[in-house]
Design a protein around this ligand. Structure first.
Ligand SMILES: [Fe+2]
Length: 450
C-alpha cells in the first residue's frame, strides 16, 4: 500500500527512517551540499525492499557524466529492477527514466519525467533530474517550462520550494528572460539564502548582461552559501573567473584557476571541463597556459571508455589538449569520438546527434585554429554556432565558441565576419573590456597568431 511522502507523492516505503534519509538525499541533490550517497545508504539500511534509493543512487552517479561510473549505476539499476514490485508506479517511472539515461537516451528520460510530473507536479526529484538532463541536451524551453508547470502546485512553505524557484530562475535565464530570472532567483534566496542554484541563476543573468562588477559582488555576497562543503563551488568559482575575464583582469583569472580550479579541487569531468574552458579562453587571449593544461590533462581519466560519451565534455578535452600543445593527441581523440558517434550501435544515444552536428565540427574547427588555418576554422565553426545549444551547457559556457570564432576571424581573413559577431555581442550586452579587446584586435593589422 503506497504511503504519501512529504508532498503527497505515492511512496513505496512505510519506514519513516528510510523516507527521511531519502528526503535528505533529495535535498542534497538539489542543494549540492555534500553527496547524497551516505543518506541513500541509510535509506537502504532502513528499508532494504524499497527500490527508489537505488534508482536515486544510479541517477546521481549518471548525473556526473563520468563514463567510469556507468558500471556502478548499472548495478544499482539491476537492484532497483529486482525490487520494482515493491515500488509505486511513480517510482517505477523514475526507474524507467534513469534506465533511459543509462542507455544514453536523455530525451526519452526527460519525456518520462514530463509525463510523471503531470500527475505528480510536486515530485522534486523529477523536476531536478529533468532540469539537469535538459541542461545536458541544451533544451532551454524545457528548463523554463517544466518548473513553470509545477510551481503553482507547490506550497511556498515547503522547504524545497526555493530550490524549485531556482530551477525556474535558471530556465528563465537560459530563455534570455533576464529581469524575470533575476527576480525569481532573488525571491528564492529571500526564502532561503542557502540555494546555490539560485545564486548561480542570477550570476548567469549578470554574465549575459555584461555586469561583471555586479556579478563578482553578487558571488562574494553569497559566498558563504556555496564556497564551502558544496559540490557546486568549483562551477561558481568558474563564474567568478568569467567576471574577471570580462574585466580583462587576466591575473585575477589565473589566481582563481590556481586556487580553486586546479589540483585536488578537480575531482570530476564537469569540474575539469570548467578548468579547460577557462584555460582555453586565456589561450585565445595569447596567454601561455600550456603547463596548466598539461597538469589538468594528467589527472583527467580520458582514456578507455571516455571518448564519445558526451560531446560537450569531449570538446573541452580537445581544448585542453590544444592548449597543452598536444595537437596530435587531440586529433587522435577526435578520431575516437567520431568513430563512436558515427557507429550505428550508438544511434539511439542522444550524444549521437550532439556529436555529429555540434561536437565533431567544433573540434575540427578548433584544431584548424590550432594549426593556424584560421579561415578554415571560421568555415567549420560558423555554421555550427546557430545549433550549438544542441550539445548542452549554458549560453555562458558556449560563449567560448564565439570567442574562438573571434580569435579565428582576427587571425585570418574573415574580419567582416568577426565584426558582425562583435556587433551582435555589443547589441546583446554591455561592451566590456573583453569585448573591447576583440574590437581592437579585429581592426588591428593581421598577424599570424593570436
Ligand atoms: Fe553556470
Amino acid at each position: 500500500m503506497a504511503t504519501p511522502d512529504l508532498r503527497g507523492n505515492p511512496c513505496g516505503s512505510a519506514s519513516t527512517a528510510a523516507r527521511d534519509a531519502a528526503e535528505r538525499a533529495l535535498w542534497r541533490m538539489m542543494s549540492f551540499y555534500d553527496t547524497p550517497l551516505a543518506d541513500l545508504d541509510a535509506a537502504v539500511a532502513a528499508d532494504a525492499g524499497w527500490p527508489l534509493p537505488h534508482v536515486m543512487r544510479a541517477g546521481f552517479l549518471l548525473s556526473l557524466t563520468e563514463p567510469a561510473l556507468l558500471a556502478e549505476a548499472e548495478a544499482e539499476l539491476a537492484l532497483a529492477r529486482a525490487l520494482q514490485g515493491q515500488g509505486t508506479a511513480r517510482e517505477r517511472a523514475h526507474l524507467e527514466a534513469v534506465e533511459a539515461v543509462y542507455q544514453g537516451r536523455w530525451q526519452v528520460a526527460c519525456r518520462i519525467w514530463d509525463e510523471l510530473l503531470v500527475d505528480h507536479p510536486r515530485d522534486a526529484l523529477a523536476l531536478q533530474w529533468a532540469q539537469l538532463w535538459d541542461f545536458y541536451r541544451g533544451d532551454a524551453a524545457g528548463l523554463r517550462q517544466r518548473p513553470a508547470r509545477a510551481l503553482p502546485e507547490w506550497d511556498e512553505a515547503d522547504p524545497l520550494h526555493p530550490y524549485v524557484l531556482a530551477l525556474y530562475a535558471f530556465g528563465l535565464e537560459e530563455c534570455n528572460l533576464y529581469p524575470q530570472a533575476e527576480e525569481t532567483g532573488r525571491r528564492a534566496l529571500a526564502a532561503n539564502a542557502r540555494v546555490p542554484w539560485a545564486v548561480h541563476a542570477v550570476a548567469h543573468v549578470m554574465e549575459m548582461q555584461g555586469r561583471f562588477e555586479d556579478g563578482a559582488n553578487w558571488l562574494r555576497q553569497h559566498q558563504e552559501a556555496w564556497a564551502e562543503g558544496n559540490g557546486f563551488a568549483c562551477h561558481l568559482w568558474w563564474h567568478k573567473a568569467l567576471f574577471r575575464l570580462e574585466a580583462m583582469d587576466l591575473a585575477g583569472v589565473q589566481r582563481l584557476l590556481d586556487v580553486h580550479l586546479s589540483g585536488q579541487n578537480l575531482q570530476l569531468s564537469l569540474q575539469r571541463v570548467d578548468a579547460a574552458s577557462l584555460l582555453w579562453r586565456l589561450h585565445l587571449l595569447g596567454e601561455d597556459v600550456a603547463a596548466q593544461a598539461t597538469a589538468l590533462l594528467k589527472d583527467w581519466p580520458l582514456e578507455g571508455v571516455g571518448a564519445g560519451h558526451y560531446a560537450f565534455n569531449d570538446l573541452h578535452a580537445v581544448l585542453a589538449m590544444i592548449a597543452a600543445g598536444q595537437a596530435p593527441r587531440a586529433e587522435a581523440w577526435l578520431a575516437r569520438c567520431a568513430e563512436r558517434a558515427l557507429a550505428p550501435a550508438d544511434a539511439r544515444r542522444s550524444n549521437h546527434l550532439m556529436a555529429r552536428e555540434v561536437g565533431l565540427p567544433l573540434m575540427r574547427g578548433m584544431l584548424a585554429l590550432a594549426r593556424g588555418d584560421a579561415d578554415t576554422a571560421v568555415d567549420l565553426m560558423a555554421p555550427v554556432r546557430a545549433q550549438a545549444q544542441r550539445f548542452g551547457g549554458s549560453h555562458a559556457q558556449r560563449d567560448l565558441i564565439d570567442l574562438s570564432l573571434l580569435a579565428a576571424a582576427a587571425q585570418g581573413g574573415r574580419r567582416s565576419y568577426g565584426r558582425a559577431l562583435l556587433n551582435e555581442r555589443g547589441m546583446a550586452k554591455r561592451v566590456t573590456p573583453l569585448t573591447r579587446h576583440w574590437i581592437e584586435r579585429m581592426s588591428s593589422p593581421m598577424t599570424a597568431r593570436a
